[in-house]
Design a protein around this ligand. Structure first.
Ligand code: OOG
Ligand code: MG
Length: 259
């Protein structure tokens, strides 16, 4: 594949996002697409959005928990980028802006210092982190029926779409992040539950792995960035009228309404 092909696929995915419509998986047309090709497409997609004036506010890891790997039938963590326009203010999610979103409960880090791999340890992540905050990520795969292979989802910026960032800011040392429990309820009914340990054994391990993945591209995590460590449970499909309530042990409660 050449650069023009990467750019044209990236543009197709952006058009799908902006036009709020599903597209056929890239691997249908390009069955040999590799993970490296997919990150090249993702880089072009990020470059196009930066060129449109959007800003990167953070990075995300995905498919870091057994629940998510099983749900999506993909068994390798992936990363993508969170842009400023993805952050939702207030407590309403508008379905009319999206294709077929699902919600994920995540633990996020805000870095106080840059972090550069490889070989980053959990201790180094905890030392570099200024705060830990709860976050709800809305993933919205641009692919038909939310189905994809590993390269497809990487090219699609790992389904990144919207984020609610919680207001509880805790120092990492004040929590045992692997033991933080979470419950997800819709309209008062418990739908799923999980814990920090579901995320690669410890959410800081997800950040350490991300630093390692970025270092292979000559990149590092920067101070001030938000890092989403990955869904702790399965992702839940949303319907109009839903009220979603997510409670974390030690990180408070977040609630939003789907319209
Ligand atoms: C890919 C993105 C997964 C997570 O937290 O695991 C993700 C997807 O399932 O569409 O963001
Ligand atoms: Mg996620």
């Amino acid at each position: 594949m050449d650069r023009n092909q990467y750019i044209s696929i990236a543009q197709r995915l952006i058009d799908a996002e902006v036009g709020k419509r599903e597209v056929t998986r890239i691997t249908t047309e390009h069955p040999d697409l590799t993970v490296d090709d997919a990150y090249r497409i993702q880089e072009e997609l990020v470059g196009i959005k930066l060129g449109q004036g959007y800003r990167i506010i953070g990075t995300k890891m995905g498919l870091t928990s057994p629940a998510k790997m099983k749900q999506m039938r993909v068994e390798e963590p992936i990363y993508g980028y969170i842009f400023d326009y993805m952050v939702v203010d207030g407590n309403v999610l508008k379905l009319s802006e999206l294709i077929h979103p699902k919600v994920e409960a995540e633990i996020a880090f805000i870095l106080g210092e840059d972090l550069e791999g490889p070989g980053v340890t959990i201790e180094q992540v905890l030392a570099a982190a200024e705060y830990v905050v709860p976050a709800l990520e809305m993933i919205d795969s641009r692919y038909e029926n939310f189905q994809f292979t590993l390269p497809d989802v990487i090219a699609d910026n790992t389904s990144a779409s919207r984020v609610f960032i919680g207001s509880a800011m805790r120092k990492p040392a004040d929590l045992e992040l692997d033991l933080v429990g979470v419950t997800l309820a819709v309209n008062g009914e418990l739908k799923d539950l999980g814990s920090g340990a579901a995320v690669l054994g410890h959410p800081a391990q997800s950040v350490a792995m991300l630093a390692g993945m970025l270092s292979r591209k000559g990149l590092k995590l920067k101070a001030g960035q938000v890092i989403l460590t990955g869904g702790m449970t399965e992702a839940l499909m949303l319907s109009p009228g839903d009220t979603v309530t997510v409670k974390w042990d030690g990180l408070g409660t977040m609630e939003f309404r789907v319209e």
